[in-house]
Design a protein around this ligand. Structure first.
Ligand code: NAP
Length: 222
């Protein structure tokens, strides 16, 4: 399978790229608004993988080209830019592709982080509204710490929650999540349930900020 990480030059994109490149045989495509930046980052990820004994090719492209060439497209961009990014690649996504949203709308004041969903109700719903009609949208990876994922020495032991309306697409993304060593995927409902999942992220960041040694806090459900 080919996985495109749009905005894969940033934190969560890098983290997922490194884990999938290390733990699976899927082809990893880094997307960026600037193809040269994507190629540079892809080279850096290859070097990092090489340093842990993993020889893998990671390719960099403009977001549009990365989306065009992939089966699964992860929107690893800040929440406020997700809609623009979907619109930029909309005519490159086929019906069979899966669009994955890990993005969370948040703002920060003197009290900490707060959940700030878009008018659609959640970023995942915003993506579903912006995506071409027959492209399935799945929300996943919201509650993971990019730093923890990007540190390949760390054993994860974490859950990620997956929401979506298309059962096959949810299954595809859940399997991709579980192919990352130490990550368990739990289904958490439909696209309409995404706000419940996304709203956990500011909670986790506040816990991380308020408690020593919890910088990379994540969740497991028992
Ligand atoms: N960081 C985490 O721990 C974490 C964990 C789970 C989920 N998330 C979610 O994942 C998303 C990405 O988070 P992140 O921390 O990886 O973000 P980030 O590092 O700040 O940005 C990711 C990438 O987004 C692209 N970007 C920036 N401004 C843009 C714009 N105006 N239009 C289109 N693309 C733009 C940039 O790529 P180019 O300049 O190369 O185009 C950038 O490298 C967020 O929505 C966040 O809520 C983050």
């Amino acid at each position: 399978m080919r996985i495109a990480l749009l905005g894969g030059t940033g934190d969560i994109g890098q983290a997922l790229a490194l884990r999938w490149a290390r733990d699976t045989d899927h082809e990893i495509l880094i997307g960026s608004r600037d193809p040269e930046k994507a190629r540079q980052k892809a080279d850096e990820y290859e070097t990092e993988l090489d340093s842990v004994g993993v020889e893998r090719e990671v390719k960099g492209f403009a977001n549009e080209m990365a989306a065009d060439r992939s089966d699964v497209v992860v929107l690893a961009v800040p929440a406020f830019h997700v809609q623009d990014t979907v619109e930029a690649v909309a005519d490159r996504i086929e019906d069979a592709d899966v669009l994955v949203s890990p993005a969370v709308g948040m703002d920060r004041d003197e009290d900490g982080f707060h959940y700030k969903p878009p008018k659609a109700g959640s970023v995942t719903e915003l993506v579903a509204d912006a995506a071409p009609e027959d492209v399935p949208v799945v929300g996943a990876f919201h509650n993971l710490s990019a730093d923890r994922l990007a540190n390949l020495d760390v054993e994860l032991g974490l859950d990620t929650l997956v929401v979506g309306d298309d059962g096959d697409a949810v299954e595809t993304v859940a399997q991709l999540a579980e192919q990352i060593e130490g990550l368990r995927a739990l289904k958490a409902g439909r696209v309409a349930n995404a706000a419940e999942v996304e709203s956990m992220t500011p909670l986790l960041i506040n816990i991380a900020m308020e408690n020593e040694g919890m910088h990379d806090v994540g969740v497991t459900f028992e």
